[in-house]
Design a protein around this ligand. Structure first.
Ligand code: ZN
Length: 243
């Protein structure tokens, strides 16, 4: 059977967005899922999101928020609002769920595709890839032709060909053979590219085509849950700005 892979990540405890994305996956005929991490953090439904993502039975890599919440590292270096959300999220998850998050790998290879939350250039340091120099540092470590990631919450394609790295702006993109691709799938639950719609990507293995998907979801519902939970107001406000 032909594989259609959905790559989802940076869900950030936003169940309203996640449900809409998974409905779209079913409509599109997705056969496999990959998760680039940050299932939790920021939003009000970490338990529900984790349960739903685990029910997909798919590979998941460790996001920085998954790590902060489950590692019980001390939060002195965090700004107070960020520390508050980490503490709140720890309290909303069971011991078993925290252990599950703590067990996630920093990178993985499945179906010949590499998965990492931020960059393969020291994956547990969670550096940001916003330009081609940072992408170059990543490509040194990428052995498969295709690697998906998230972390910046901005969809993006980097291509490496004949030693040079290029950024490609495309919505639907057929991957030529013989080059390497490092593709940011954007964020399901907290997009930051100015478009507030939920983002994820589809990869059709046979045609080697990547499609970026954007979907409207009930932002007001996600916002009211954040406010009801007593989480910082800014986390609700930014959802409608896509920042
Ligand atoms: Zn994130």
């Amino acid at each position: 059977m032909d594989k259609l892979i959905a790559i989802i990540g940076d869900i950030h405890s936003n169940l309203d967005a996640l449900e809409v994305v998974l409905e779209d996956c079913r409509r599109e005929g997705v056969t496999d899922y990959l998760c680039t991490g940050d299932v939790v953090g920021y939003g009000a439904q970490p338990h529900e999101c984790l349960e739903l993502v685990r029910s997909l039975g798919c590979p998941i890599v460790m996001g920085n928020h998954d790590h902060y919440v489950s590692s019980f590292q001390d939060l002195d270096d965090f700004n107070p609002a960020a520390a508050e959300v980490v503490e709140w999220t720890r309290g909303a998850l069971s011991q078993e769920e925290l252990e599950f998050l703590a067990s996630l790998p920093f990178k993985s290879v499945n179906m010949g595709i590499t998965l990492v939350h931020a960059t393969l250039d020291n994956p547990s340091a969670f550096g940001y890839v916003f330009d081609h120099l940072q992408a170059e540092a990543h490509f040194v470590h990428q052995v498969t032709s295709l690697c998906f990631h998230g972390h910046t919450h901005c969809p993006m394609i980097y291509e490496k060909q004949l030693g040079a790295v290029y950024r490609i702006d495309a919505q639907d993109f057929k991957l030529p053979i013989g080059r390497k691709y490092f593709i940011n799938v954007g964020s399901v639950g907290q997009p930051r590219d100015g478009d507030p719609r939920a983002a994820y990507a589809l990869y059709d293995v046979k045609s080697r085509t990547v499609r970026f998907r954007r979907l409207e979801y009930d932002i007001a519902s996600a916002q009211s849950k954040i406010l009801e939970a007593g989480l910082p107001e800014r986390l609700a406000a930014r959802l409608e700005m896509g920042q």
